[in-house]
Design a protein around this ligand. Structure first.
Ligand SMILES: N=c1c2ncn([C@@H]3O[C@H](COP(=O)(O)OP(=O)(O)OP(=O)(O)O)[C@@H](O)[C@H]3O)c2ncn1[C@@H]1O[C@H](COP(=O)(O)O)[C@@H](O)[C@H]1O
Length: 113
């Protein structure tokens, strides 16, 4: 099995994606931009897309090619970012949530609840 590895490419691509989504939110045209179209529909529609794309990723992990798994994961990340934007939750907020968990085992965290 291949390691996940760290990826400067992913970090750069996600930063670019975040900026693009912000730009579409500010001046996107819903007839030309999927992002603007989704954002215009509000958080409920964004949530539906996150759910749908999550199911598609799960299905790909179960029985599809590595390329499809990567593609569906990209769909999930994109739609998660749009959903965050629809709620006004920033990437810094997500980073803070991830940082708080660093070094804490998920098993220990669950046991402490
Ligand atoms: N990363 C994405 C991205 N991923 C997926 N999608 C769109 O999300 C939509 C998903 O729709 P569907 O559910 O119908 O598609 P699907 O799940 O692939 O199809 P099915 O398998 O369900 O049939 C498609 O129109 C995709 O093109 C994306 N649209 C935009 N981006 C990024 O956002 C940027 C701005 O895009 P616009 O806002 O459209 O200009 C783009 O340059 C990209 O960087």
């Amino acid at each position: 099995m291949t390691d996940l590895g760290s990826s400067d490419r992913l970090a750069a691509a996600l930063a670019h994606l975040g900026s693009t989504i912000d730009a579409r939110a500010k001046e996107g045209d819903a007839s030309k931009s999927w992002t603007a179209k989704l954002l215009a529909k509000g958080p409920e529609s964004c949530a539906e897309k996150v759910h749908e794309e999550g199911m598609e990723l799960a299905e790909a992990v179960r029985r599809e090619s590595d390329a499809n798994v990567a593609s569906e994961a990209a769909d999930v990340l994109y739609h998660a970012f749009v959903a965050l934007r629809s709620r006004g939750v920033s990437l810094d907020d997500v980073a803070a949530a991830l940082e708080k968990r660093q070094g804490i085992s998920g098993i220990d965290e669950k046991a402490s609840r």
